[in-house]
Design a protein around this ligand. Structure first.
Ligand SMILES: O=C(O)CCC(=O)C(=O)O
Ligand SMILES: [Fe+2]
Length: 218
């Protein structure tokens, strides 16, 4: 049943199911999998190079470049369909009272449940004071795990079904960390995490990518 489900108010966390509808959502998944130039850069952790445990594409406005493991990455140009998805999400968020203009998206490709992303917050200065991130899931349903940065509070899972949108609204990146932990769940999953990079903002190289730090998979 399409519609918004409010999971938390402070911080604002909400999930929408049925973003694109079928068969479009499955067609987009197949096409992105087959046609994007998926990258697997290495990160330098504790003096050693480690390929990230997933693949990714950084896409957006030409000025939305980012720094990753000491290197600058330029975004690839918008794919017209991803631009259409961005606009769809902006409409959905506007209905939640949020005016956002996403100028970039990090696409993450997890071949199966072994592939993952470590604990992080999307709180780089280039994302501004209290960033809003909209994350679309296509493919295998997996849980995004959240834990509180300060004080008590139980960690919790948010399950992300195919063709869903997760809104990480105000407070999410300051109060919580999130991770896509490895799980015995078969199947390809692609997420599209839309962001707004503020430019210029004393930006000397761009945004750091998520997971650009020692992953703590606990
Ligand atoms: O794949 C996901 O749903 C999470 C991705 C994520 O946290 C990110 O791109 O910052
Ligand atoms: Fe993230």
């Amino acid at each position: 049943m399409p519609g918004w489900e409010r999971l938390s108010t402070t911080p604002l966390l909400a999930r929408y199911q049925g973003v694109l509808g079928e068969p479009r959502a499955s067609e987009v998944l197949d096409r992105l999998d087959a046609s994007l130039d998926w990258q697997q850069p290495s990160l330098r952790l504790y003096g050693r190079e480690h390929p990230i445990p997933r693949r990714q594409v950084w896409m957006g406005e030409p000025e939305a470049c980012y720094r990753y493991s000491g290197r600058d990455f330029m975004p690839v140009a918008w794919d017209p369909e991803i631009l259409a998805i961005r606009d769809r999400i902006a409409t959905l968020l506007a209905a939640q009272g949020l005016e956002v203009t996403f100028n970039s998206v990090l696409l993450n490709r997890y071949a199966d449940g072994h592939e993952r992303m470590g604990w992080h917050s999307d709180d780089e200065p280039e994302l501004g004071q209290d960033p809003i991130v909209g994350a679309v899931t296509l493919g295998a349903e997996r849980p995004l795990r959240f834990r509180w940065k300060h004080g008590a509070g139980e960690p919790f899972n948010v399950w992300l079904p195919h063709d869903s949108l997760l809104l990480m609204g105000p407070g999410c990146q300051t109060l919580l960390q999130h991770a896509l932990l490895p799980r015995r769940i078969p199947g390809l999953r692609i997420s599209l995490t839309f962001r707004q990079i503020h430019w210029p903002a004393g930006n000397v190289g761009g945004i750091s990518a998520p997971g650009d730090r020692a992953p703590t998979e606990s």
